[in-house]
Design a protein. Structure first.
Length: 314
């Protein structure tokens, strides 16, 4: 636990140094100096900042708000979504077919290549796009088990099924009636291929737009979080570890702060434990000889924060 808390404090200190314009190296920790980790506060990561700066427009219809968050999290490439903006605009439920076409244009032609399966030795044909529309940060499951189905098509088709008004699978009437995060989680999660991790991300994004501070209300840990909890205590239940960790992070000296906020249940129990599982794995590997090269070098802009992050504590 002491190692974990040191990791949390140091990771946020790196962010603070970058915001202040300090040059590298930002840390003496050899792993943090050479590897990529998300921020302590989920809202600070570039992929989430993009949602707040670009995707969630003022007075956007709730259906389009949730639909955008759903489709964005299931693709995740900011460059692809910026291409959407300049080509057809960010999608609404009425323009999702335009978005499908634009994402395919961005992806470009798909080439094939052969790879040999490690265990069987058999050659398998795979597809490689010119420019990816899916991020490598987390798994996105295809919605069709049919061989040869375009993964992008399957994700867009799922989005249409869930958000087209009046469709048999339209989730919005039930979503808007839901009172708790647990109810909303079940509404999203019951759809095949929508995992625990992704559902929690979309729930949190929804709260940003709606000004609902529900980050401490509910959590279902994803696979990475479960691994991180096991690295701290392999004999305990995951949520028991999460509760201990939340208390420890908020009570440690120099606990990270963003304004008056401490890291939330979502920050700690989802993102931080997942990142801790990576850190533990890297401790058993050789340290790279080069320092980490940030994807966004140079002066760092002040973050855009949800309304409930900036409201007076009183």
């Amino acid at each position: 636990m002491d190692d974990f808390l040191a990791f949390v404090v140091e990771r946020h200190r790196i962010w603070e140094q970058r915001q202040a314009g300090a040059p590298q190296p930002w840390t003496d920790d050899p792993i943090l100096a050479t590897r990529n980790f998300t921020n302590v506060f989920r809202v600070l990561d570039p992929g989430t900042q993009f949602i707040l700066t670009d995707l969630f427009e003022p007075d956007l219809d709730p259906r389009d708000t949730l639909m955008r968050a759903f489709l964005y999290r299931h693709t995740g490439r900011v460059d692809a979504w910026r291409y959407l903006d300049v080509s057809v605009g960010y999608p609404t439920t009425a323009t999702i077919e335009d978005a499908r076409g634009a994402l395919k244009d961005y992806r470009g032609s798909v080439s094939t290549y052969e790879t040999t399966t490690r265990w069987s030795g058999q050659a398998t044909t795979r597809l490689k796009p010119q420019r990816p529309v899916f991020t490598n940060a987390y798994l996105v499951f295809p919605q069709s088990q049919e061989k040869g189905t375009d993964k992008l098509d399957s994700i867009v088709d799922l989005t249409k099924r869930l958000f087209t008004p009046g469709s048999p699978n339209d989730i919005m009437p039930e979503w808007l009636r839901a009172k708790t995060q647990a109810e909303r989680f079940r509404i999203l999660r019951r759809n095949p291929g929508v995992g625990d991790f992704m559902t929690m991300q979309i729930l949190t994004d929804w709260g940003y737009q709606c000004g609902e501070d529900r980050e401490d209300e509910f959590l279902v840990p994803g696979p990475g979080s479960i691994k991180g909890a096991k690295a701290l205590d392999p004999t305990a239940k995951t949520m028991d570890v999460v509760k201990r960790v939340v208390k420890a992070v908020r009570g440690v000296a120099n606990s990270p702060r963003l304004g008056y906020r401490s890291p939330s249940l979502m920050d700690i129990g989802s993102n931080l434990l997942c990142e801790w599982s990576k850190y533990v794995r890297f401790r058993g590997q050789a340290v790279p000889k080069t320092t980490y090269t940030p994807a966004h070098p140079g002066p760092q802009p002040a973050p855009v924060l949800p309304s409930y992050y900036t409201e007076d504590l009183l």
